[in-house]
Design a protein around this ligand. Structure first.
Ligand code: FAD
Ligand code: AMP
Length: 475
């Protein structure tokens, strides 16, 4: 096998594998190195997202949601179901099969595109040189005209509550539990904490979420955040804000978590803890000394808007660089650098990156929050349309939440779109497209939406911004 490639990609997650595939589509010879290790010691491509993130979490969210509906929502439809129960082993087996199909799918894509998969560790030595170490330890020196660093991220540890793989888990461990803990503590009310907390709450755990900040979902529109907190609390998630976890006492009986809030010091006794306080870029072992690639004080690889590092032949994409740690952002960056390397045009529209939280109700947005628009001083208008006014949402027994459109008064530009409700993650795609094409509120108002669909809610919210909503009183 040749040790010379046009492009060498280090990392086979949602940043790296699309970079490899796009570069191959454009006629370049490509190798993709990845050192992901499964719990059984095997390697698979797909990174955090496919192996231990987006995909397994969505599989368990789906299964637990079905169980929740069977218990709590079937009756409203006139369906009687007595003694609903679940088999966690089957749920986990289903999830693991989905993961395997997804990760093996990448190998299939690599084969079809003639990308060379190199399972093992990669280390950048110099502008064109990479050291590749496979499982057998026999190091090889590879040469690439261009190199893409896509090393991703790892869970952030809380020094006072160290991971032990048993009682104190990271997000991966939380996806692999084989029994439902009676009491589960979740540290961090971010996206991952809320999604994983929801899974185990629906399956019967008493879940307490401890969040150090005073505000709930500070990055989201606060009208949405308030509604989310209300709905999640109703489902039994005990969300405690301003609660800073300071330590843990782990014993065979469980974990006593120590935390402080405005009223003083407290202890919370739980069976297991999930530490979900965020993720950090992974760069350990990635760079030899003096490569010229700059890593900042937070361990993030420094890049420009087109993901170029300080070394002209080396690019970096995905979670290991600045910006939101999201798989779709990682993918667009991977594709962009492949196009740039091949001599084409490439760009990522960072202003229109959608955010989705896959709780029930789902939460999704693109653009600015009302708080951000207000702070900018620009005159704006807001249209809100609640799902309870949507015939389709009512038919789905999913009438909570709303769609919200924020637009500029001067030129009618859409500034932000926020949805909390059924299928919000799917609905937001329309808003992303509208904003990517610089649509005005009027453009959204003039587009015909099929009836009865959830997407009408977005249409009506756009109309409501000009007090023209038809299906809900204008205020
Ligand atoms: P990663 O997916 O982390 O991939 C990096 C890969 O590179 C890994 O396989 C790693 O082993 C390998 N690697 C690193 N260094 C080296 C080296 N030196 N040599 C060889 N290989 C190396 N995002 C969403 O957009 N939607 C979601 O719903 C979502 N859900 C999530 C749920 C959970 C529980 C978690 C933990 C994350 C979730 N994310 C979600 C975030 C998403 O997983 C990441 O943003 C995404 O995986 C980033 O892709 P990446 O390719 O940059 O990094
Ligand atoms: P995210 O960055 O979206 O994954 O969210 C992680 C959350 O964990 C943030 O909202 C942090 O404020 C929170 N967090 C970090 N450290 C602690 C801590 N010691 N106790 C409680 N919450 C924390």
């Amino acid at each position: 096998m040749s040790d010379e490639f046009d492009v060498i990609v280090i990392g086979g997650g949602p940043a790296g594998y699309p970079a490899a595939l796009r570069a191959a589509q454009l006629g370049l010879s490509v190798a993709c190195i990845d050192d992901w290790k499964n719990t059984d010691g095997s390697q698979s491509f797909g990174g955090t997202c496919l192996n231990a993130g987006c995909i397994p979490s969505k599989a368990l969210l789906e299964s637990s949601e079905w169980y929740h509906r069977a218990q709590h929502e079937f009756a409203a439809h006139g369906i009687t179901l007595t003694g609903a129960s679940f088999d966690l082993a089957q749920m986990q087996k289903r999830k693991n099969t989905i993961v395997k199909t997804s990760t093996q799918g990448i190998l299939g894509l690599f084969k079809a595109a003639k990308v060379t998969p190199l399972p093992g560790h990669g280390r950048l030595l110099a502008a064109h040189r990479v050291e590749y170490t496979p499982a057998d330890g026999a190091k090889r020196l590879l040469t690439g005209k261009a190199i893409v660093l896509a090393s991703g991220s790892v869970p952030m540890a809380l020094p006072s509550v160290p991971f032990d793989g048993g009682r104190v888990l990271d997000s991966w461990g939380a996806l692999d539990m084989t029994e439902v803990p009676k009491r589960l503590g979740v540290i961090g009310a971010g996206v991952i904490g809320l999604e994983l907390g929801s899974v185990w709450r629906r399956l019967g755990s008493e879940v307490v979420v401890l969040e150090a900040l005073d505000g709930f979902l500070p990055m989201a529109d606060q009208q949405v955040a308030q509604e989310a907190r209300k709905q999640l609390s109703k489902q039994g998630l005990d969300i405690r804000l301003s609660a800073k976890v300071t330590g843990a006492e782990v014993s065979s009986a469980g974990v006593n978590l120590a935390y402080t809030d405005a009223t003083g010091s407290h202890t919370l006794s739980v069976d297991r803890v999930v530490v979900a306080i965020g993720r950090r870029a992974r760069t350990e072992g990635l760079l030899a000394d003096n490569t010229g690639v700059v890593v900042n004080a937070r361990g993030v690889i420094e890049v420009d808007a087109q993901c170029r590092t300080a070394v002209p032949t080396v690019y970096a994409v995905g979670d290991c660089v600045r910006g939101p740690m999201l798989a779709h952002k990682a993918k667009e960056e991977g594709v962009m650098v492949a196009e740039l390397i091949a001599g084409h045009y490439g760009a990522v529209d960072y202003a229109n990156v959608p955010s989705v939280i896959y709780t029930t109700p789902e939460i999704a947005w693109v653009g600015l929050t009302e708080e951000q628009v207000k702070a900018s001083g620009r005159a704006y208008k807001v249209g809100v349309f609640p799902f309870m006014a949507s015939g389709r949402a009512r038919a789905m027994e999913a009438g909570s939440g709303f769609s919200k459109v924020i637009a500029a008064v001067d030129d009618d530009a859409l500034l932000g779109v926020h949805v909390i409700g059924p299928m919000a993650g799917e609905l937001i795609a329309e808003a992303v497209m509208a904003m990517s094409y610089s649509a005005s509120t009027e453009d959204l108002q003039r587009i015909m939406h099929a009836h009865p669909t959830l997407s009408e809610g977005l249409h009506e919210a756009a109309l409501a911004a000009d007090k023209r909503a038809i299906d809900y009183p204008n205020r």
